[in-house]
Write a protein that binds this ligand. Structure first.
Ligand SMILES: [Zn+2]
Length: 115
């Protein structure tokens, strides 16, 4: 499962950061996930809860903020939302565009830490 390896590497990275900062009590991990990142949100949530077991992040929550897909149309010269992630073209002039502005994000936005 693709999402499980993502969850594991994310947890590794956060655990390391936590250790570097003297052992944080992480309550929740907020992340930004683009709809075009190729990651299933629910699968990632599930993978996260599994992968947390036995790590310093056990019991923490993963909060996913979905980032919509936004592309730039070189013909209309504006930002637009394509019909779907499988049809990356401008909805007004139907020009396919490779210029993806947002939607590929997969990053930890912030850590919620108990004080
Ligand atoms: Zn256009």
């Amino acid at each position: 499962m693709h999402e499980l390896s993502i969850a594991i590497s994310m947890i590794d990275q956060i655990s390391e950061e936590s250790a570097n900062r003297g052992g944080l009590d992480v309550q929740a991990v907020h992340m930004r996930l683009g709809v075009f990142a190729g990651v299933d949100k629910n699968a990632l949530l599930f993978a996260y809860s599994l992968a947390c077991e036995g790590t310093p992040l056990q019991g923490s929550r993963l909060v996913i903020e979905t980032v919509p897909l936004l592309v730039y149309c070189p013909v209309c010269r504006h930002e637009c939302t394509p019909p779907s992630v499988y049809q990356i073209y401008c909805p007004e002039c139907f020009t396919p565009t490779p210029e993806i502005l947002t939607g590929r994000e997969m990053e930890v936005a912030l850590l919620e830490v108990a004080v």
